[in-house]
Write a protein that binds this ligand. Structure first.
Ligand SMILES: Cc1ncc(COP(=O)(O)O)c(C=O)c1O
Length: 382
């Protein structure tokens, strides 16, 4: 191969690498830099599953239709059967993010919210913009929700309490009996929102869904999403389960109408048992491997039940992020006040292998390559 040919071949290879979906996802300019493996948003790069893909392709011609007629009714019926509740107990949102905004808007405008901290901040951030006061209750020494302190910080008149189980960014859970008691105590005086975005990845026996409370008379809303287990973060589908009166009010506050590909993909994905099992097994096996590798390197890890690990790195989260960028991995943003911890999402098996290699290189203190990329600021809530 001539010199020119080699240069051309290299340019082509680099171009192809930088045109990859990963590079595009990180907005890395094709003029330089290297593609980073995006382990920063708790996405699931396995999905959407085969049945969801088929359903989306089959629905392309229906793109002219609004999805909130029959397609949405079919999705609600499928979710209701899956959760063993009546359809009037289900509200579908454009991601559970829309439902978090609806809850803030409908219940907490100029009101008050109690939550653990740090946790997934989308509801609280939006509520503050609507004039709400937020009481943030520190996690306990094991980075779990402190049930007694949350109860004590929630006076009568509180608009709602947000509980994230498993918690993002720590992945920690409250045992089912303790959480159920907290929910029932709080629901006697306020609306309780239990965000279960990561419930599908929990080690058996560690905790349980609070959907049984949402099926009964207590004012408890459980939130679930298709963004994690089902690998559909870009398709924007989540749902709430709760009391019919609460759900009716949530539906009446819809902010974004559902989209056709997301609705048909979610309906199909609920029935894709083989994909669901593969997705769950992949996360749980690699969470074990990555956690063991981190602990083997002397790094403290929280007891994570999510599709991510939360690791104490011994340096500021931003310094660690820069070091990991140099090793080809994009990790999560800082989560104050736990500023020397980092949240690292699990990727495909090959991504997780690369992650372990990068963590070993980080611990060994070896040189890192320069990343010329200009990375976008993290999403506001992730
Ligand atoms: C705990 C939790 N809840 C809700 C969401 C929002 O997810 P989505 O809007 O994609 O359903 C996320 C996203 O990362 C999350 O971590």
């Amino acid at each position: 191969m001539s010199r020119i040919d080699r240069r051309q071949a290299l340019a082509l290879a680099l171009g192809a690498a930088l045109a990859s979906p990963r590079a595009k996802a990180l907005n890395i300019p094709a003029s330089g830099g290297a593609a980073l493996i995006p382990l920063n948003y708790n996405e699931n790069p396995l999905g959407p599953g085969p049945k969801a893909r088929e359903a989306m392709i089959a629905s392309l011609g229906d793109g002219w239709r609004y999805a909130d007629g029959d397609p949405l009714q079919r999705l609600i019926a499928a979710i209701a059967a899956h959760e063993k509740v009546a359809p009037e107990r289900i509200a579908v949102g454009s991601g559970s993010g829309e439902l978090l905004h609806i809850l803030a808007l409908g219940w907490a405008t100029r009101g008050s919210v109690t939550c653990a901290w740090p946790t997934f901040g989308q509801l609280m951030g939006f509520a503050e913009k609507l004039g709400a006061t937020v009481r943030r209750v520190p996690l306990d020494a094991r980075l779990r929700h402190d049930a007694a302190a949350i109860d004590a910080a929630t006076p009568t008149g509180t608009s709602l309490v947000y509980l994230c189980n498993p918690n993002n960014p720590t992945g920690t859970v409250l045992p089912a009996a303790e959480l159920r008691e907290l929910c029932l105590t709080l629901a006697a005086r306020t609306l309780v929102v239990v965000d279960e975005a990561y419930m599908d990845f929990v080690e058996p026996g560690a905790t349980e869904s609070m959907v049984d409370l949402a099926r009964g008379g207590a004012d408890v809303v459980v939130l679930r999403t298709f963004s994690k287990l089902h690998g559909m973060a870009g398709l924007r589908v989540g749902y709430a389960i709760g009391r019919p009166d609460t759900i009716e009010r949530m539906r009446s506050l819809e902010l974004v109408s559902p989209n056709m590909p997301g609705v048909v993909a979610a309906t199909a994905s609920l029935g894709d048992e083989a994909f669901i099992a593969r997705s769950r097994d992949s996360v749980m096996a690699d969470r074990f491997r990555v956690t063991a590798a981190c602990r083997g390197l002397g790094m403290q890890c929280s007891d994570s039940h999510g599709n991510f690990v939360f690791v104490r790195t011994g340096m500021s989260a931003t310094a660690f992020r820069d070091r990991m960028r140099g090793l080809g991995i994009e990790v999560g943003r800082p989560f104050p006040p736990l500023t020397d911890w980092s949240r690292i999402s699990l990727g495909r098996p090959e991504d997780n292998k690369a992650l372990i290699a990068a963590l070993r290189a980080f611990k060994a203190g070896g040189p890192t390559r320069k990343v010329a990329a200009t990375l976008p600021e993290a999403r506001v809530w992730s």
